[in-house]
Design a protein around this ligand. Sequence first.
Ligand SMILES: C[S@@+](CC[C@H](N)C(=O)[O-])C[C@H]1O[C@@H](n2cnc3c(N)ncnc32)[C@H](O)[C@@H]1O
Length: 237
Amino acid sequence: LRPALGFERLRRIYDRASGRYDLQHGLLTLWSDQRGRRLVVEEAVRPNDRILDVGAGTGSTALLALAAGGPGSTAVLLDSSEEMLAQARAKLAAGGRADRAELRVGDMMHLPFPDGAFDVVLSTYSLCPVGDPTRGTREMWRVTRPGGRIGVAHSTEPARPITRVLGRAVDSLAWRIPALSLGCRAVSALPALVQMGGRIVFERRIGVPLWPFEVFVVGKPAAVPNHESGRSGTASS
Ligand SMILES: C[S@@+](CC[C@H](N)C(=O)[O-])C[C@H]1O[C@@H](n2cnc3c(N)ncnc32)[C@H](O)[C@@H]1O
């Protein structure tokens, strides 16, 4: 795993990129990024869910999630970049969903929420830049209620050896220009969630050959030992 850029550096990179982020990320991924967001939301979000979107960025996933969750759903959008959240605020207002959304500046490595606070926790492409993606997934697991769901999309290595070699070459070039790579690299999150007791309910590889995405949804069983505290949890509904 390529070492991540630091928290403050990433914050500055995303603050600066916020105005062009949707276009840049869409272009670089040939808009397969939006397909990943749609899949995560379709497979993970239920009506009336309390939703947490970590590394919510400009709010594309949260907007889809609030639509899927219907009028009884609410969403918290957490991101380390105030400027990315400013874009999200404008999009939520334009989409008529601002009243059901709360925006929080914070670090997804230390989520400021109690255990089991959300029905569904989403991360689309936000585990890719962080220093310790496994710690991020543990935090997502902790704040998901027993019986809830975790939906993730993240960059992954190309499957075929030849595209993997090419992909690594392109990645090495992009990595030298943080404004281009946005600090994103291929990561792995599913094994940690499965190890904590997560049940895979959906898994798919999507994306362009040189920049594929792993998309998955994991269910947190109704009664499992809480990874962080060692306590048992029970489903509330
Ligand atoms: C590649 S963008 C993904 C944004 C959005 N989820 C999407 O689907 O486009 C990564 C996001 O993670 C945020 N981020 C990076 N490190 C973070 C951290 N430690 N805590 C919270 N957000 C973080 C960035 O500010 C950025 O908005």
